[in-house]
Design a protein around this ligand. Structure first.
Ligand code: GPU
Length: 833
């Protein structure tokens, strides 16, 4: 049967209100199996999602066919995390049928907002790294780039965070509990992935030494595909996530009852591989299961990539011109050894040739310099779990070190640093070094971070390969983070400059002149106020705290981490609280400090800081002496959905990491794009944000990365001296240490105080405190002048266009992947919206 003939026969699903309404009723009754009277909100969500999905499928298949027919070069984005969030609004908005859908629901007496709210948030990631992957998918699809996401279909996404007596408690996040209408299970797309066993040496047909991996355990990787709708719906790409399935074979010969049950149990356990996302952000757990997850999805993805390539080719010489594989951090870096194994062991490609092909195909993105996040797996474990890969890694290393030896001229320390194996202590495989060596390009995620990579972690490699490191400053998708999350501002912008900004965010610069337009300022303020009301209602619902809409919404939302310094923000809150109580006659600018973010379950210090924030909030929020001029809230369970409410409502964006430690940040971009002013250090992408928005329109404070490095190199500093010389800091710390915020347990916060004093204040909270307070005062002063504040806020929005992930992805496409857009030929029919 001719497949194209068949699809043409299918009537295109109509995009108008009547067609949608008819489709809703049909799905509800015949697939969800309910009538309108019995349907719950969740039933309606499934009904609407399935109807919308119907409207993607034709274009999705068109896109896939287009890539196939043109044998286009594809990009494969391998990532252990995809923090995609909800998809209904995204699909409707990118298809351009938001209003039609709202009206169709309206005719059925349903509220679109309630339907939208019934969708679970797909949290298959921890933070910035996973969200970046999701933004890249959107930007690749929008720009008709043949991009595929590959990852794991975790049954449990990032845990749900609740507070019990102010402490973080984790609950399982069961996003798949009621089914996932967006995904297409592909039971026929199934690859074996092996673990353990041993390696056998043999002679191949021409008498050369060869190796085979035998007696291994097998798991199957089954594909689930989710369509990725680009803006306008012209291109619909694929996110392919792997789920672990037990194999059906029992190669154990005969066995008695006991052995049979044991064998079945083993099979069942193998499906744990895709059960749960590890909840660590920029720290490694070093768990074997995590390593197995990394190999599981990487191996399945590479097998799939090679299968697709072999549809059009019969040798591997052209692989680099048909496939670009991007490693999102080192999590899939084992893929370099896996590609070598597939080429050399399975496809009989000679080693040198295989190495050239591998290196020309792979590229690697580094997302942190924090030593605790750099993956280094014990050799003994790698050897046991992936014995053939360990051999391959040794072989890569031997050849590389041999070549470098001549140039190192007896500098053994240098060779030891370049080695793929860290020989100190228990021997470990340095995944960063493997990723670097096996890639033709290695990129950092902001200009500063890329420079620091060259000076620190990869200094030796940079000398060996001076053309390999390149910068690709992160970006965010303007579809989700402005158009969808902030309709009030989006409509205002479109009313003035048209809607070209949605796919070409640089067009926002036309708003620069509007900063001086008093009417525009008034409307800009009105949009912000509307968003602040929405957030205030959300805060009241979530925490019971009533906040003043006209206060400064001072927002710090991100994972809880000592280097991100939520503690610095909190200490300022305590100092401000004291000042307000000391000076009740001053007319204070009201401030609402808004925190949100999860801590890794095993990160005790981070969880203690959350408890401290909640304890301080309880005291401050109930103290009549501050006359409601200061409120502190910690919103539970920060995720993409919450971010969509928070980002548009912020006045002040806290980006206050110790300089040199935040690789880029992306929340900083979302907030500034939505018209928040940044208070921040010269860290990560803040440096470039300042260049774009102008130094008059941002509050910069604190030590620079260079000053931090010098301070540390010079033996550090004495935090006790700094504290003693700053009465307001000293008072805040004394209050915490004497139990003012924890009378039932006055010693509760001693670990925090310890870290800030005898611990040496590793993150320089005390060192930056005074300058931070100065910057905060400047912000509060400016807020007294709404016209001037709004003018700067507009200049932020207007100048943030460069931070679109469309720009970022284009840079990758041109300078790393060498892929080109594959546009659809408009068929003269209904066209694309
Ligand atoms: N990042 Br490594 C994560 O979110 N998780 C990680 O495991 C690692 C890095 C972040 C960086 O901390 C952040 O600065 C950056 O903007 C983001 O990756 C995307 O590059």
């Amino acid at each position: 049967m001719d497949a194209r003939y068949k699809t043409r026969e299918i009537e295109r699903r109509s995009l108008d209100v009547d067609g949608l309404k008819r489709s809703f009723l049909e799905w509800l009754v015949y697939s969800v199996g309910k009538d309108a009277r019995a349907a719950t909100r969740r039933d309606w969500f499934h009904t609407v999602a399935l109807s919308v999905r119907d409207r993607l499928v034709d274009r999705w298949m068109d896109t896939t066919r287009r890539y196939y027919q043109e044998d286009a070069k594809r990009v494969y984005y391998l990532s252990l995390e995809f923090l995609i969030g909800r998809l209904l609004t995204n699909s409707l908005s990118n298809l351009g049928i938001m209003e039609e859908c709202r009206q169709a629901l309206d005719r059925l007496g349903l509220s679109m907002d309630e339907v939208i709210d019934a969708e679970p948030d797909a949290a298959l990631g921890n933070g910035g790294l996973g969200r970046l992957a999701a933004c890249f998918l959107d930007s690749m699809a929008t720009q008709a780039l043949p991009g595929y996401g590959y990852g794991i279909r975790y049954e449990f996404g990032l845990f749900e965070q609740r507070f019990e007596h102010g402490w973080q408690v984790e609950y399982p996040e069961q996003w798949l509990q009621f089914g996932n209408p967006w995904e297409f299970p592909r039971p026929e797309v199934l690859y074996p992935v092996q673990f353990y066993g041993r390696v056998e040496e043999f002679r191949d047909s021409v008498g050369e030494k060869a190796y085979r991996w035998v007696d291994a355990e097998r798991v199957l990787a089954m594909a689930y595909d989710t369509p990725v709708v680009g803006y306008s719906g012209e291109t619909i790409n694929t996110l392919r996530l792997w789920s672990a399935r037990a194999t059906r074979d029992f190669n154990f010969g005969h066995f008695n009852d006991g052995a049979y049950m044991k064998a079945v149990e083993q099979k069942v356990l193998s499906e744990n591989l895709s059960r749960v996302l590890y909840p660590n952000d920029a720290t490694e757990t070093g768990k074997e299961l995590r390593f197995k997850q990394e190999y599981f999805f990487t191996s399945a993805s590479l097998q799939d990539i090679l299968r697709r390539f072999l549809q059009h080719h019969n040798n591997f010489d052209d692989l680099p011109s048909k496939a670009a594989i991007q490693l999102n951090d080192t999590h899939p870096a084992i893929g370099i050894a896996e590609m070598m194994r597939l080429l050399v062991d399975q496809h009989a490609v000679r080693w040198d040739r295989a190495w050239d092909i591998t290196r020309a195909t792979f590229a690697y993105t580094n997302h942190t310099l924090l030593p605790e996040a750099l993956e280094a797996w014990p050799v003994r474990m790698v050897e046991r779990v992936l014995p053939r890969h360990m051999q391959i890694i040794y072989e890569i290393n031997a050849r590389f070190l041999n070549r470098s030896k001549a140039r190192a001229a007896g500098d053994n320390a240098r060779l030891a640093r370049l080695s793929l194996i860290d020989e100190r202590g228990d021997r470990r495989v340095r995944m960063g070094n493997l990723a670097f060596l096996g890639s033709h390009k290695v990129n950092g995620v902001s200009a500063l971070h890329t420079d620091l990579m060259k000076q620190t972690v990869f200094a030796d490699f940079h000398q060996e390969f001076p053309d390999r490191i390149t910068n690709k400053t992160n970006g965010i998708t303007p579809r989700r983070w402005l158009k969808q999350a902030n309709p009030a501002l989006s409509e205002l912008i479109t009313s003035r400059i048209g809607d070209g900004w949605i796919h070409d965010l640089g067009q926002l610069t036309s708003l620069v002149e509007k900063a001086d337009d008093v009417v525009f300022r008034e409307e800009f303020r009105r949009a912000k106020r509307k968003n602040k009301k929405r957030l205030a209602a959300y805060i009241a619902r979530q925490t019971g705290v009533e906040v003043q809409v006209d206060s400064i919404f001072d927002v710090q939302v991100k994972r809880m981490h000592e280097y991100k310094r939520q503690l610095l923000n909190l200490l300022h809150a305590v100092a401000l609280y004291n000042e307000m109580r000391d000076n009740p006659m001053v007319s204070w600018v009201p401030v609402t400090k808004i925190f949100a973010g999860k801590a890794a379950p095993s990160y005790h210090m981070a969880k203690l800081i959350i408890k401290l924030i909640n304890d301080v909030a309880k005291v401050v929020n109930h103290d009549p002496a501050v006359h409601d001029n200061l409120k502190i809230v910690y919103l539970p369970n920060y995720n993409v959905t919450a971010a969509e409410i928070i980002m548009p409502a912020a006045d002040l964006s806290e980006q206050i990491s110790t300089a040199g430690l935040e690789a880029s940040g992306t929340g900083n971009m979302k907030l500034a794009l939505n018209g928040a002013l940044t208070i921040g250090t010269l860290d990560g992408a803040n440096v470039e944000i300042r260049e774009h928005v102008g130094s008059d329109n941002i509050f910069i404070f604190g030590l620079t990365a260079e000053e931090v490095a010098d301070l540390k190199a010079g033996g550090g500093f004495n935090p006790r001296e700094v504290i003693a010389s700053n009465p307001s800091l000293k008072r805040a710390l004394d209050m915490i240490s004497t139990g003012v915020f924890s009378p039932e347990d006055p010693n509760r916060y001693h670990p925090i105080l310890q870290a800030l004093t005898d611990g040496g204040d590793h993150f320089l909270v005390t060192a930056d405190f005074a300058d931070y307070c100065r910057a905060q005062e400047a912000a509060m002063e400016l807020y007294r002048d709404p016209e001037e504040w709004t003018r700067k806020a507009i200049l932020n929005t207007a100048n943030m266009g460069w931070f679109s992930s469309d720009r970022t992805v284009n840079e990758y496409a041109q300078e790393i992947w060498e892929v080109k857009p594959v546009r659809a030929v408009d068929d003269g029919g209904e066209g694309f919206r």
